[in-house]
Design a protein. Structure first.
Length: 412
């Protein structure tokens, strides 16, 4: 078999790691085909892994490969065979890389997955029994991470603890705290939190920062985290995903729902679907326009004064489009409400998001950003609500209400 024939196999037409269909590279030592992004972000790891032959440039004719290199690559296997061996016990909660077409994937996710898959081999057959996954699947886990203060940009060590059977994450100001002796600074319900890695430069946060987002007393909080050890932060992230998936399986089973196909099981945490500055105005046409940092996570749009604010100015839950037929007016309109004007901001690109309680009017700074928000919001409007989403609706209590909409939108 030559390289071209091997490349034409279906399993080799998608990236072995992130499943992107833009395959343009091959790793001789690993025997896998990978995409541009995975090749670019893990090339140093390939070269430093100690294998005899490492090459990432793919020439399907094989003309630039030596006979020995080609033989080594073919003998190693292909994407299907390598993944069957190295991903035999890959947990569904573990954060694997995703194609860039679904949004920016944090580089630290790709690198950690590479190390765990190819170097540490923590997903091979029998790895769970050998305890190789214990560092990110513990029922009770503590770790020291750096937390940003609410008042300024300083980061200090804090001790975080996940306790799954109590449904809590708690952190202590003293990084050497004994949880049995000291009172935690904050206690967060696992069921009411989320976590994501920061990829947008708009955040102006340290590299490989993450955000722990949670709701308490119908208000949202953002906790900004980082670590000098990338592995520690990713392990905490995956352990939280494990905890949320476990909690979701309990909740779903209690309602007699199908655990295997539920969104909460497949997606225990959520990366942002859209991030940018938007101009936002109030519920009345005469209200002032203010520039807000906006971020869309799962079905909730948060808007805040600054990208690193601990508490958002407000949040908007986005339901399902079909509910409009029942009088619940969730919808997206790439225009202003009728008789409204941008008033001095004519170069902006407005859109209106309707909910059962009021309309929210925004304006993007470019057509590209408008399209990003349109695609993200419409994908949510056309998706099914999960059990967790239903709980979010019941807890969501907007501070103010707007009048019934009627036909308030202009024809254009």
């Amino acid at each position: 078999m030559d390289l071209k024939s091997l490349f034409e196999e279906e399993s080799n037409k998608i990236c072995a790691d992130c499943k992107d269909n833009n395959v343009a590279h091959a790793s001789i030592g690993l025997g896998v085909f990978i995409c541009d992004t995975c090749a670019a972000q893990t090339s140093e790891l390939h070269r430093n892994s100690g294998k005899k032959v490492w090459a990432l440039a793919l020439d399907v004719s094989g003309s630039t490969w030596s006979k020995q290199s080609l033989a080594n690559f073919i003998d190693t296997g292909n994407n299907r065979q390598v993944n069957a061996r190295l991903e035999a016990e890959l947990p569904t909660y573990y954060a694997t890389p995703w194609p860039e077409k679904y949004g920016p994937c944090p580089e630290v996710i790709r690198k950690t997955f590479f190390n765990d898959k190819y170097i540490n081999k923590v997903f091979t057959q029998g790895s769970i029994a050998r305890g190789l996954q214990q560092r990110f699947s513990a029922p009770e886990k503590w770790i020291v991470l750096q937390k940003r203060l609410r008042a300024d940009n300083q980061y200090f060590d804090r001790k975080f603890q996940i306790i799954i059977n109590r449904n809590i994450i708690q952190y202590f100001i003293n990084p050497f705290a004994d949880p049995q002796q000291e009172t935690p600074k904050q206690v967060i319900e696992i069921d009411n939190c989320d976590m994501f890695f920061v990829t947008s430069p708009l955040h102006e946060l340290p590299q490989n920062s993450a955000v722990l987002l949670f709701r308490k007393s119908n208000e949202y909080r953002f906790i900004y985290l980082c670590s000098s050890c990338e592995q520690d932060l990713v392990d905490f992230y995956n352990n939280l995903r494990y905890a949320r998936q476990f909690r979701a399986s309990l909740n779903l089973s209690g309602f007699g729902m199908d655990v295997d196909t539920a969104n909460e099981i497949k997606t225990p945490t959520h990366h942002p679907l859209a991030v940018s500055y938007l101009y936002k105005t109030g519920p009345s046409s005469g209200d002032a326009w203010r520039r807000r940092f906006c971020i869309l996570i799962n079905r909730t749009l948060f808007y805040m004064a600054r990208p690193d604010d601990a508490s958002p100015k407000g949040s908007i839950f986005i339901g399902k489009l079909e509910e409009a037929a029942k009088g619940k007016l969730y919808g997206f309109y790439p225009s202003l409400p009728k008789d409204w004007a941008l008033r001095g901001n004519s170069n902006l690109y407005p859109f209106t998001l309707t909910t059962p309680t009021r309309s929210y009017v925004f304006a993007a700074e470019s057509k590209i950003e408008l399209d990003m928000w349109k695609n993200a919001i419409e994908s949510i409007l056309n998706s099914e609500l999960s059990l967790t989403d239903g709980k979010a609706i019941s807890h969501y209590q907007p501070k103010s209400f707007f009048s019934k909409f009627g036909s308030i939108f202009s024809s254009n």
